[in-house]
Design a protein. Sequence first.
Length: 484
Amino acid sequence: MRSTSFLSQAWKYLLAFILIASITTIFFFLRDVLDTTLVALLYLIPLGIITAYWGLGPGITSALITFLTFNYFFIQPYYTLTVHRPADVVILMVFLIVAVVISQLVGRAQAGLAAATAREREATQLYELSTAFAGLPDDHAIVQILAKQVYAVAEGEYVELNITGARSFNFRLPESNPPPRSPELIIPIEAARGVLGEIRLWRAAPAISSSERRLFQTFASQGALALERAWLAQAESRTKVLEESDRLKSALLSSVSHELRTPLSTIKAAASSLRGKEVGWDSPARMELVAAIDDEADHLNMLVGNLLDMSRIESGALQPKREWNILAEIVGNVLGRMRHLAQEHTLKIDVPEDLPLIPVDYVQMEQVFTNLVSNSLKYAPANTVIWIRARVEGKSLHVQVSNQGPQVPSEHLERIFDKFYRITAADKVTGTGLGLSICKGIIEAHGGHIWAENLSDGLAFNFIVPLIWDGAKPPQLPMDMEAE
């Protein structure tokens, strides 16, 4: 390394000497036509060039060599360093002073330009690094970017970043074993909380300068700030998740405890009456109590089913078991089970018989219709009509469940599909606030879309499910099924 630097400097001095010798040779052949003062002025040009291109050292050395050659070849008597005339002494001294001053001025200007260029390069590199760090929430990505930046700027052999603490990990560039010697530079990554890790750099040549060391320390500081920012953002996200979890837990407990109390009370009262001697086994009241127990047990089963479905949707475990099904059969089965709940309403169906088969999970699609019809029964006034309509739109099936209940303010139309979101107070209308969110999860799992809209006479729930399944169109029904 030292020999390389010495050879580089020696070449600069040698080139400067060759240039001065060449200029002196030219001036020597023109000595009879050139004035001594003019020769002194012309000598200043190569001195400035030497200092500008090769530095202050070669410039000062060339100035001294030029002073001697000027005296030896161009001041009478020639070929001696003796000076007889006082004017020539003045010329020589002025020449030497001017040559040295010009060399220093040009050298300082070059050094200032080099420093300004280096500062500009450092500022650009810091800006690129800070821009790359902006908005990164992942500490691994931050460490990778920092290592790549150090590796590129240093042009080193090997870079290793070690992050210590509870989240300890390391990143190496290139991904191989480090050189068998100690690293040439170790920079700690320090922040307000302490040392977060360190940067280890291997570079045998050239030697790491103080300016490079300072730049890498700035890189480490920027990396420490980015890591702290990412960890704070992750902590904030975890805090928000915990807050949301607590909020949902409170909403779940409040809703479920309220909803479970009524059917449990009814079942308990009916079972106590049947167990006691107040109601005879042959009396008509017995059938009413048994029916109440059966209805409330179905209600409890639906509540627990909704909770289980919601947990599967949120965990991503809700995978539809899709098969080709007939929509009319699904709707008919749902309405058959809910007929006794809709005694005060009129259920009308507009599902054409020529609808194609739909690729859906039969049980899950039953759950969608059950929840939508149940919601309509809760909010629609008695003696009103609930419609179920279906039609084909392009490569999708559009289904609408409408009722003549109150309209929903436009700002709530999107949010009514959120968990536990209810516009009406829980003490006025029963429910857990999970039915519509379960419908949304099921429809989206089928690759569809669900939304609500206000009608002139009420509210409608719409959903679309695709008719194409893995690129296959709906199969044709057998002739005997179509005849039926």
